[in-house]
Write a protein of this length. Structure first.
Length: 787
């Protein structure tokens, strides 16, 4: 069937159709920059179809989020008048609709990464469109580097990068074409404006501006760690809302750094708007990632009342709140950063970049002229970094290095450094990623492998490999590493599953790995927090937050068998459990289960998939398996400070939401260590410290002190101390020193047992020796008496 392709005239991208199609047709790589509302996401694939690219292979179109992949596919199919799954299809982690007629395939970037493992040169595709490239996630940056590497081998492959107008020149330089004279020509950039209206920027700084000749001496020092303020930040927000209430009616979007700030602001605003007749009927709506879907939906559904939406940076680019006329920008955000010192992810509050501030301001120019009030000075804005660091520069790289090694791209840290990332990570970040993979037993430390990626590679793939990947082996994957590379979860969680197979508790640990991958299905709505906590209390285990997940899983499985589908959904709602996240949890468990089979990971014999999890009977085995992925997340209680001494000198506290918060067991492990106001352990469990020696004999360090002869033991003994990353897991135990230092043990044995006779034994030679010594002593005594 031939497609009738039309373009909505109201979209800016439609006006540039001929120019865009010419650029795509004549260039291997094209960069298209445009704000939300320009139509680039839905119309560019249609232009590719009109160019005939769908006849040469699939047109792949990646989205950062699953929901977007499906909704964009539905929209394009609707505009073309075809059924979803026919010419236009989609594929995401748990589902998809793709058929033999499919020409355009929407998918998450994670799906494309998985396909690269099976199809190294992406032979099925004529075109790859990378949408929302400005988000610069780990997946996006890796795909952009990989495409750059394979393009010389696929001169027929078209690559289209679509992005907001945030540094498109960087992508153009990344895909620069080498000219015969040795110079390089950047990929072409086409900018398409969005449907925007003018936005007035007003600066209302918290800090009073200083003027006069003594600026250098009296200027207020500003930093991300401590902002010295003349006004209370909440008063400043309330003042800005009052100011905007004197303008034309319209909804207000206010950006905050986190949930706590949003809750505090909601309380302050509720009191303030009661005194403001214009805003007395306004609705205050929070918006952040951990909210229930129902609460999030309220922010996206304009009603009859004026709305004041309090949001984190999730509303900056990921989600568009409709109908916003005004923005108040506090100028800060929690930005995840990996600490090379503590080896954990931090969530510090930082000043946002100029690009982020501009994105925030742009949220109010969608429906009419807008006003953005920034709670900082213009000088402060101009002093900020131009762009936010991409994820690859602020996260642990273990997952990326694992996939690169599995694909044969890297065998040594230098291969990762040589990979054409848009912005290469620092060598110490690469080394930390390698260190974590070695901690998990995924990378070999020494020689002994053939250096091939799992399943080998065809000759045509040689150009994809790094220079160090073809030969020998220091960084080659172990058997465990190959298994981790096949599991679609964080390497730490994958390691738990592999260990669980050895301890006959794979089913239970897969449930936990899936739970730790998704957002917690237990919801705590702002207005009903106490009621939710009471409902969830039945699942708690005072020694393990992980056991609480298993208790919840068992309860949900039991109720799902008893109730109809609609009754089960009603039960979830009544008990503050997010039904959609429960489905995601179950689907991810099923996916892990399916992927585990070819890896030789068994879930046990004679039990169906609905069998009740044996959390109680297998408690130790389950938690030992979890520990295999959390070896650097253990801690020993420091009772004086009521905190834990952790790996490599870190110190952390149990997160208040944990069942262990008031218990403070001597030893714990945590699924996650996150630094905000302090370093917090989230999802924790009490452990037996000796498990560390059992699970990780290759990582523990042993030191010995006070070697001594023990008459009772009849051996030379010493005190052994066992530590893991500096944490004493066995503070002191007596061991046989003969197995540790044989020469010194022999010397002590001769001195104390044989010479001094401090030995209980039935050996006849020892009795003869003692008799001879006594005879000599007696002769010596007589000689002295005669003298």
């Amino acid at each position: 069937m031939s497609l009738t392709i039309t373009y909505p005239s109201a979209l800016p991208v439609s006006e540039r159709r001929e120019e865009l199609m010419e650029a795509i047709g004549t260039n291997q790589v094209t960069i298209i920059a445009g704000e939300t509302g320009s139509g680039k996401t839905t119309q560019i694939p249609k232009m590719c179809l009109e160019l005939g690219l769908g006849e040469k292979g699939l047109i792949g179109h990646t989205q950062p989020r699953r929901l977007a992949a499906r909704t964009v596919a539905e929209r394009i199919a609707e505009e073309l008048g075809v059924e979803l799954g026919q010419e236009i299809g989609f594929q995401v982690r748990f589902t998809g609709e793709v058929g033999p007629q499919t020409k355009v395939k929407l998918m998450t970037d994670g799906i494309l990464l998985a396909e690269i493992q099976r199809d190294r040169l992406l032979r099925r595709y004529s075109t790859i469109i990378i949408d929302e490239a400005h988000e610069r996630s780990l997946n996006i940056d890796f795909i952009l580097g990989y495409l750059k590497r394979i393009l010389p081998q696929r001169p027929d492959l078209k690559v289209i990068i679509t992005s907001a107008t945030i540094d498109p020149e960087r992508f153009a330089r990344h895909f620069a074409r080498e000219l015969p004279d040795g110079a390089s020509e950047p990929a072409p950039i086409l900018e398409v404006s969005g449907r925007t209206f003018p936005v007035e920027i007003r600066y209302r700084p918290l800090v009073a501006e200083v003027s006069g000749e003594d600026d250098d001496e009296t200027a207020v020092v500003r930093s991300d760690d401590a902002l010295e303020e003349d006004r209370d930040p909440l008063d400043a927000v309330c003042d800005a809302v009052d100011e905007l209430s004197r303008e034309d009616p319209g909804d207000i979007l206010i950006f905050f750094s986190g949930e706590r700030e949003i809750r505090d602001a909601a309380d302050a605003l509720a009191a303030r708007i009661k005194r403001n007749r214009v805003l007395a009927n306004a609705e205050i709506l929070p918006l952040y990632a951990r909210l229930s879907l129902a609460e999030q939906h309220r922010a996206f559904t304009p009603g009859g009342r004026r709305r004041i939406v309090l949001a984190t940076n999730v509303a900056e680019t990921s989600l568009t709140v409709p109908g916003i006329k005004y923005v108040i920008d506090t100028g800060t955000a929690r930005i995840s950063r990996y600490s090379h010192r503590t080896k954990v992810q931090r969530l510090p509050i930082e000043r946002v970049s100029q690009a982020s501030a501009n994105q925030r301001a742009g949220r109010c120019g969608r429906v009419s002229d807008g006003i953005c009030i920034r709670l900082n000075s213009e000088e402060d804005y101009l002093s900020r970094p131009e762009f936010t660091d991409p994820e690859i520069l602020r996260t642990n790289l273990a997952a990326v290095i694992l996939q690169m090694t599995a694909m044969g791209i890297a065998r040594w840290p230098k291969d990762v450094e040589a990979f054409p990332f848009v912005e290469p990570p620092e060598s110490r970040a690469i080394n930390d990623g390698v260190t974590l993979l070695r901690e998990l037993g995924a990378l070999a430390d020494g020689q002994g492998t053939d250096g091939r990626a799992q399943g080998g590679a065809r000759a045509e793939d040689d150009g994809v490999r790094g220079r160090g990947a073809a030969g020998g082996s220091k960084g080659a994957l172990t058997a465990v590493g190959h298994q981790l590379a096949q599991l679609p979860v964080d390497p730490r969680l994958g390691r738990m599953i592999v260990e669980a197979a050895r301890r006959d508790c794979a089913r239970e640990v897969m449930v936990l790995a899936a739970a730790l991958t998704i957002q917690d299905p237990r919801e705590r709505p702002t207005e009903k927090r106490q009621q939710a906590d009471e409902k969830h209390a039945r699942f708690k285990d005072e020694n393990s937050d992980f056991s609480a997940y298993l208790n919840l899983w068992n309860y949900l499985q039991e109720k799902q068998r008893e109730l109809s589908s609609s009754a089960f959904r009603r039960l979830c709602k009544a008990e503050f459990i997010n039904y959609l996240r429960v489905r995601e949890w179950q689907e991810l468990f099923q996916q892990l289960r399916q992927l585990a089979r070819p890896l030789g990971i068994s879930l046990g014999q004679g039990r169906d998939t609905e069998a009740r999890l044996e959390a109680g009977a297998k408690h130790d085995a389950i938690h030992q398996s979890l520990l295999a992925g959390l070896l650097s997340h253990i801690g020993l209680l420091d009772e004086r400070k009521r905190e834990y001494a952790g790996a490599r000198g870190t110190r952390f506290a149990i997160f208040p939401g944990s069942a262990l918060f008031k218990k403070n067991p001597t030893y714990v492990m945590a699924a996650e260590l996150v630094e905000t106001s302090r370093l917090w352990a989230r999802a924790a469990a009490k452990i037996d410290p000796e498990w560390a020696e059992l699970v990780a004999p290759h990582l523990v360090k042993r030191t010995y002190s006070e070697p001594h002869w023990s008459k009772r033991m009849g051996a030379v003994m010493a005190y052994e101390k066992v530590t893991l990353y500096g944490v004493p897991v066995i503070p002191q135990r007596r061991v046989n020193f003969g197995r540790i230092d044989q020469p010194l043990a022999r010397e002590l044995f001769i001195r104390h047992a044989l010479v001094e006779g401090d030995w209980r034994t039935h050996h006849t030679f020892f009795k003869r020796n003692r008799a001879l010594l006594e005879e000599v002593d007696e002769l010596e005594t007589r000689m002295r008496q005669r003298g």
